[in-house]
Design a binder for this molecule. Structure first.
Ligand code: UDP
Ligand code: MN
Length: 340
């Protein structure tokens, strides 16, 4: 009797399962298109679809990773003065992207012609050349200059802003302009370069604009990508690199005219020399990107990327050819107009 009852329950369950599976298959067959669209949508909006969990320097180790170096004239001028303290800036990590820092240049009287600044109350431990590549984005440049001077002066570093403008009608060559910028920065003895897009605004004051022992990708938490890192090898937007390291890897390629590829090639160059990159944590690396139309990707970028390694030693700083149209010293920046 008990056995029969068990058999009966068993048969019924198998029957139910079979019926359920048949219905499921029918449902999938009828709705495959809707399901595909729904799953694609889910993947697109899924917050963890990028690489948000990347290795980074913990906040309490940041200070030890920084390369303390200034230009010679600063070290002479500051001899005997007490050093500035950076631990607080890193630890407190104030959120800066708010009024009035965004819209108004706050007391610009202490900024020197050419867009150079250094603290007067303490001796800075860092000198940084911020190199901004530029063409025909006037509104963005104005917004950037106001904000970045307000932001950087709070960090108590010595810095100078270089805007390298491509003064010709050829496709924009971001990497070549960075190479050109590095020439001017190194002539003025800057030991640290920050290679910067004009449309990226750092939000966290603890994101110190100085060099780390390893080249650093500084904008790993970008609002355009919902504050996620797109992929681990991303090395564009804003990066810091010691001038001597930039020279050691022969700078960036001059071949990438038009949008795309040059940042990946740069990353490969660094790896080819057995160097590692680093990042600060997401809380220290937030940026907002000013709105603009997406540029058309260049057609040959993938081909250049594929065979880039053949050219690391011959294409870069050592093959850089350009014409200097003019160098102007403005109140907020040193303006280099270059014909590529
Ligand atoms: N850029 C520019 N004018 C141009 C194209 C590019 O000034 O016509 C500079 C600018 O600094 C910009 C950077 O190159 O931020 C990278 O270009 P874009 O912003 O178009 O690239 P994406 O936002 O796709 O990274
Ligand atoms: Mn952009």
């Amino acid at each position: 009797m008990r056995l029969n009852l068990f058999k009966c329950i068993y048969c019924e369950s198998v029957g139910h399962i079979r019926a359920f599976l048949v219905k499921l298959v029918q449902f999938l067959r009828r709705n495959w298109l809707r399901i595909t669209v729904f799953v694609t949508f889910l993947i697109c909006v899924w917050p963890n679809r990028y690489a948000p969990h990347y290795p980074y320097i913990p906040t309490d180790e940041i200070y030890d990773e920084l390369v303390e170096k200034t230009t010679q004239n600063v070290s002479h001028q500051m001899a005997g003065k007490l050093s500035c303290d950076y631990n607080e800036v890193i630890k407190e990590n104030h959120f800066m992207y708010r009024e009035p820092y965004i819209s108004t240049l706050l007391d610009g009287s202490d900024i020197r012609l050419g867009g150079e600044w250094m603290p007067s109350k303490c001796a800075p431990k860092f000198s940084t050349a911020v190199i901004v590549v530029y063409r025909q984005r006037e509104q963005q440049l104005n917004a950037f200059l106001i904000y970045i001077h307000n932001f950087l002066r709070k960090q108590l570093i010595h810095y100078r802003i270089f805007v390298i403008e491509q003064y010709d009608q050829k496709p924009f060559n971001r990497a070549m302009l960075f190479n050109i910028g590095s020439v001017y920065a190194s002539q003025l003895d800057f030991p640290c370069l920050i290679l910067h897009d004009v449309d990226l605004m750092p939000m966290n004051l603890g994101n110190l604009y100085v060099c780390t022992q390893r080249p650093r990708h500084m904008c790993s938490s970008l609002d355009k990508f919902r504050f996620n890192l797109l992929y681990h090898g991303l090395f564009g937007g804003v990066v810091s690199i010691e001038t001597k390291v930039f020279q050691f890897i022969n700078g960036m390629s001059n071949k990438f005219s038009g949008w795309g590829g040059e940042d990946d090639d740069f990353y490969e160059r660094i790896k080819a020399k057995n160097l590692e990159i680093c990042r600060f944590g997401p809380d220290h690396s937030q940026y907002t990107m000013l709105k603009h139309e997406q540029e058309l990707p260049s057609e040959n970028r993938l081909a250049f990327l594929r065979n880039g390694s053949l050219r690391y030693n011959t294409d870069g700083l050592n093959s850089l050819v350009y014409k200097e149209k003019e160098v102007k010293l403005h109140k907020l920046f040193t303006h280099v107009l270059a014909i590529t």
